[in-house]
Ligand binder design. Sequence first.
Ligand code: SF4
Length: 716
Amino acid sequence: MCGHGGGAALAHNGGMNAPTLDAATAAPTDSSGPRQVRGACPHDCPDTCALISTVQDGRVIRVQGNPEHAPTAGVLCTKVSRYAERTHHPERLLQPMRRVGPKGPGARFEPIGWDEAIALAATRLGEIAARQPEAILPYSYAGTMGLVQGESMAARFFHRLGASLLDRTICASAGSEALVHTLGNKVGMKVANFADSRLILIWGSNSIASNLHFWRLAQEARRRGARLVCIDPRRSETADKCDEHIALRPGTDAALALAVMHELIVHDWLDHDYIAQYTLGWDALRERALQWPPARAAEVCGVPVAQIERLARDWGQTRPAAIRLNYGMQRVHGGGNAVRAVACLPALTGAWRHPAGGLLLSSSGWFKVNKHRLQRPDLLGERRPRTVNMSTIGDALCHPGDAAFGPRIEALVVYNSNPVAVAPESPRVVQGFAREDLFTVVLEHFQTDTADYADLLLPASTQLEHWDIHLSYGHTDVLLNRPAIAPLGQSLPNTEIFRRLARAMGFDDPCFADSDEQLCRQAIGDEQDFATLLAHGFASLPVPDAPFAQGGFPTPSGRCEFFSQRLADQGLDGLPDHVPNHELPDARHPLAMISPPARNFLNSSFVNVRSLRDIEGEPLLEMHPDDAAARGLQHGQLVRVYNDRGSYHCAVHLSQRARPGVVHGLGVWWRKLGPRGTNVNELTSQRLTDLGRAPVFYDCAVQVCAAEPLAESPKP
Ligand code: SF4
């Protein structure tokens, strides 16, 4: 961890009086003494920390948390405190390159100039667009969460082109849709108020690894007497430090929540007044919950009846009580229903009445972003391109095209994402990316697994080199990111790359001339004052302390919707229920596998930062000693984890973190850095969740055996 420090005075890059906000050119190149620049963490993490970068002689020498920003409190996670190491990494891509050998691992590239690279991309994309623009697919996600470098100029470019649209489902859409159908939006408690809770359920989250600043608040609550309960199949670092750990089977969270409801009903631990005034569908939910006595849920969840009863009693009798839900638990077939079931619990006990009661999964719905102004879907005109689900990119790239699917994908432009490593069922993903007739452009910082399949590899700037605006899904502040240094080498911000592409393709709409300063202002719209962001680096939304104390949910009914008519209208169950996993362990694949993030990586980012990789050690599978003994496996041994989709080779770690029957393949390693060039997504499937069309990374049955000697390793 790193806190506030450094002797240099906090200074604003570019000068307060005449800031030059064109990201491509603004960052200073002077070699004066140390100076500090305010920024924001770009990564896919609920905490959205405020950064302070110290710059000396054109290099960032330190990245720290901003102590003035309350959610950050001067502290960064280990990962991002190494951001300078990542930015000045010797393997940074610093010039455009064209592939000169075969696609795939070990691909070789030769440098070319920007003009040539842009002309090449524009020519190929232009040829395809002239015939069938939907044959071009943009693929991006949260490599940066920034509104400007994430989805502004790029979205404009693809809208103008008429390319296929991307359904951005890979992480959170099951839970997001569940929240929308229960609370009305991605809204919930103010995170700071958890410090005053008396009971906190940390549900589906290893907060120490992936929600560090919430964990600080939970510890504060505990010092004041709160009880912390962790609900997670894995005995995580967070579970170690809670008062109780409920190690349920993967994909059984809804059953647990329904059994809690059952107990609230039979013991009358309900807030009848809150239910009557501010909820919808109580009678129907009551009937559903009464079908889930603790004994039934205990059978499904694999936890003792007494533990379920204690959880229900705690929830029913403690005030204020709060739930910090995270997205891990929704990566299963019934993930949407599970989030709906858990999201009903605070309304049943009236927990929302107190500022320190309720639930938080995501706060992003509090922000009013004018995405239309940033992304300009009007550039499509009358065209209505198809939408391709990013979670099934493997199948999409392998699809020959037909009337239902639309045209075969002929070109792919990847930015802010590393799908060859992170998308499910990577054998299929690799098969798609390896197509010789697929033209692939990748904007990246490093030669990732995906970059190995690029025809054109374009160097993108990092967060320390460009402007951006960040919202948060864990708190309610808007942050401005200023460039601390000029883009390294020939790297460019995504915005500038798409500006140049637009120019080369003859797109002369005025919006393609917007500077990054203008895009920052468009991103915050009228909600925030840009001068405040320039002066302080962040600004808070005026969110009330107990937003649903008197109902007012942003649902169609204005109530917490136990029963969702909108879901029923789609032919779906209007009530939450337990939806079993797609893959229940069987004789051939008797182990349930989940793949939570390794503590020192963030998805596939940071895997190539040596100091962090050294902490992680090696790709590994956590397995209970009993399961290992049954297979004759020793701690540290190389094993083959397999199912019908593929085989993943890694070291097995015998660990009490795993419950019997469940293994944990910590992710997401780059394939090329793992034994035999695979990672855990070799095993995950392209099946989808009940709501939100999302992937089911934690709904995966496998078997494990000792790895065969290399020459004899069979195909699965
Ligand atoms: S990854 Fe999360 S905890 Fe780490 S610096 Fe970024 S926002 Fe903060």
